[in-house]
Ligand binder design. Structure first.
Ligand SMILES: [Fe+2]
Ligand SMILES: [Fe+2]
Length: 392
């Protein structure tokens, strides 16, 4: 059955242009001249992906996509907007209302390729193998309620004191956030939550809360050879390296919304350690053997699913921004044809390899030189960044 896309826009001309553009795409196309009409189509037709305008009379795009998320959580949601309010778009992507956005005017070919990639990536993270594994777990881990409470407060631009009080309701949570804030951003210089909140942007704060929530739900995971602490150390170092490598290649700071993707790239390991500890122990032993078999292939062989696949599924399930699951899904296969944000995935791949190496646990894959070359990064400057971080 062809995949179905629903376009929602109050401008009839735009809908007609989209219809013409997608005429030979092979997708089944639905058009709706507003949110209400869009919801009506969703109630009677199977739809895989919704593309919505933001500013529309009646129900706006944000509320419409929220309703889609609630009523049809498996439908992918994308913003196509000329609306220049970056804040609303960013808010939609950060809180999981939309998984991606495209700005008008769009390039026909690029738009079609982009939507196709989004659908293929979603299918890969929801493959039969992954769903089979997930269905065997009685309670798929959910993020703590305090996470949702806090992200709502942050989005509503509430006073810092109110946010701090909510965090402090749980002392364990406070410690974890401070710990992550220091590790990821402040190098151990921050002593109080108030100070951390004042120095961090809204997006960084949300991401920190997210990372601490994720690590807190898997705190008991582990097997004989691997524990949460090791994954945390590796993830934290990967994140730091990713930020530095980003600067090295782009000569600017990594955008706030992407500044913590490295922290969650290996989240699938925590899941596998929790539910498949014996297999993970065996895998850790196998990894020490010579050979260049990718770690994800060994996991698929032994468990049926890889840490990248299961991690991407979870990040998607928790409604996190699309690039989190993309980095997670492809950090071991950066040349996969479905990779959309090549630079981020390439940087995560390099940072991951160097991070394991620095921690003395070199994974048995060697760095594919084509990746740094594609970003104009030479091994010497990469090594320099790593040793500078190590010396700290
Ligand atoms: Fe990994
Ligand atoms: Fe990793």
């Amino acid at each position: 059955m062809p995949k179905a896309i629903l376009f929602v826009d109050d401008d009839r001309e735009i809908l007609n242009a989209l219809k013409r553009n997608f005429f030979r795409s092979g997708f089944k196309i639905h058009l709706a001249e507003g949110a209400e009409a869009g919801l009506e189509i969703l109630s009677r037709e199977p739809v895989d992906l919704v593309v919505s305008d933001m500013r529309m009379p009646g129900m706006n795009g944000y509320d419409f996509l929220k309703a889609v998320c609630k009523g049809y959580p498996d439908v992918l949601r994308v913003i196509l907007s000329g609306y220049t309010d970056k804040d609303t778009i960013l808010k939609s992507v950060m809180d999981g209302t939309a998984c991606a956005y495209i700005t008008k005017p769009w390039d026909n070919e690029a738009l079609e390729a982009y939507l196709r990639h989004l659908i293929e990536m979603h299918d890969a993270a929801h493959s039969k193998r992954v769903l089979e594994k997930i269905s065997k777990i009685r309670d798929v881990p959910v993020l703590p309620t305090v996470y949702y409470k806090l992200t709502r407060l942050i989005q509503e631009d509430r006073e810092l004191d109110e946010i701090r009080e909510t965090i402090e309701e749980d002392p364990g949570y406070t410690a974890k956030i401070l710990n992550i804030a220091n590790a990821a951003f402040f190098g151990g210089k921050i002593g109080s939550l108030k100070q951390a909140l004042m120095m961090m942007g809204r997006v960084n704060l949300m991401n920190l809360i997210l990372s601490s929530s994720v690590f807190s739900i898997f705190k008991d995971a582990g097997c004989k050879t691997l524990n949460v602490e090791t994954i945390w150390k590796h993830s934290n170092l990967t994140n730091k390296l990713l930020q530095r490598f980003y600067f090295l290649t782009k000569r600017k700071k990594i955008p706030d919304e992407q500044a913590t993707v490295g922290l969650l790239h290996d989240i699938g390991y925590l899941f596998l350690m929790k539910y498949y500890p014996a297999e993970m122990h065996r895998l850790a032993k196998l990894k020490q053997e010579p050979g260049n078999i990718p770690v994800t292939e060994r996991e698929k062989e032994l468990i049926g699913v890889s840490h990248s696949e299961i991690g991407a599924y979870l990040l998607d399930y928790w409604n996190l921004p699309g690039y989190f699951s993309e980095v997670c899904l492809y950090h071991h296969e950066p040349f996969n044809k479905n990779v959309l944000h090549k630079d981020m995935v390439y940087l995560a791949y390099i940072a991951d390899v160097y991070s394991w190496k620095a921690l003395g646990k070199m994974r048995n894959e060697t760095l594919d030189g084509r990746i740094p070359a594609a970003l104009n990064l030479d091994p010497e400057s990469l090594e320099k960044v790593v040793s500078r971080i190590e010396s700290k």
